[in-house]
Design a protein around this ligand. Sequence first.
Ligand SMILES: [Cu+2]
Length: 490
Amino acid sequence: MTVILGRRFGFTDRTLCMLMSTIKGTMALPFIGTNFTYEVILSDEIGTLWWHAHSDWTRGSVHGAFVILPAENETYPFPTPDADQTIILQSWYNRDYKELIDEATSNGTAVASADAYAINGHLGDTYACANETLFRMQVDYQKTYLLRIINAAMNEQKFFAIANHSLTVVAQDASYVQMFTNDYIMISPGQTMDVLVIANQNMGQYYMATRPFSDSGAPPRNNITRGVFQYTNSVGGLNASLVTLPAMTDLDAAANFTRRIKNSNVTQNPPMKVPMDIDRRVYIAIASNNLPCDNCPILPTRLAASLNNVSFDFPQIDILQAYYNRSISGVFTEDFPLQPPEFYNFTGDLTGLNPNADLGTKAIVLNYGEAVEIVLQTTSTGPAGSHPIHLHGFSFYWVGTGSGNFNNVTDPSSYNLVDPPLINTVHVPLRGWVAVRFFATNPGVWFMHCHFERHSSWGMDTVFIVKNGTTVDTSILPPPASGMPRCSGT
Ligand SMILES: [Cu+2]
């Protein structure tokens, strides 16, 4: 389901049982056969967002686009495209998602890699599938298209390119960026990118293609999935020229693309409000762990992951419910560590080291309006690799990136406080760090997690609680008057 809406308009919709990540709220939706109306308030966002399920691994197939068009009196900050096309990059498993994660969780092992990748549900012509179909995008010669690219894959960052055609990036995560042109993009799970492409080549049929980018010691399958960028009235078959995609492990290709993303000061973006003086600093080390497991059939340990050595223990009662109703106690604690409990050489050779982790459902509590800085630090624990970290409820300014261990004395001088991208999912590089900043002006209970589903399942998550301000407008919305419908079995 693609939802197309005008910016700054309310929106309601009905759907089935799932948890949905929204701009203003995360809501449980009812079981099959019933409905629930929810409201998404888009204030500053422009371009493309996406919605997805948030229980177990259901988001693998339960997802769709939010297309946010300019308001009626507003234009694009570039020539108006002739047409839009949503491109959703997906993982494909030959088995049921829930069975896969349930089995892996009870065994303490990893879920197998995706069997294939899809573009808008099509696997294309590189797999030996009996009923394979190619995604075809029909284009007219000399017209300009706005691709709304969403990485909905479960555990794979993606390169994407179109043979013989340049891609001009214009927005990320529903915020315009300074336009730049490249032969490919690199997009992390959870991210959206708006890209202009002009059908200005010889009329024909050109491959579009995607493959994973991976810097992990546990890489996904290196498959290429193709679709077709097809000129109307083109004759002949597919253009023989293949798409040049970077190699799956090309770290430079990923870094060289990512570092070009800068905020744009066009009037269609919200005025830049980058916190300069920080009230709250949080330094988070991201680690892979093994935790003891008495019931695991294969090893006495199970795979786990943590933030600041806390492996998130998903509660039976949701934290939002417990926060609303203070008589429900014991669901979460408010003592998530604001820095790693142990400092080791996070990005050094950690062969054999298994940083201990404790299970916990620990939140960080912020006062309304606080200026917050979060520094996310990858570690070389386990297979290492980069992580796409996503925070609900906010877009944040991505102000800094570096390699090695973050130095809180020298590294802030390298921050970009002039035109940092305003995004909601940040790529934290292999053996490196990123810094993000935001004002905590959205009261509520907000999940932060790695957008690699396996990492989130293993505990690479935490929760930010933003307290109410002093007015109704700066306070959390009341619970639904009729109460939240329950999913079956809960
Ligand atoms: Cu991760």
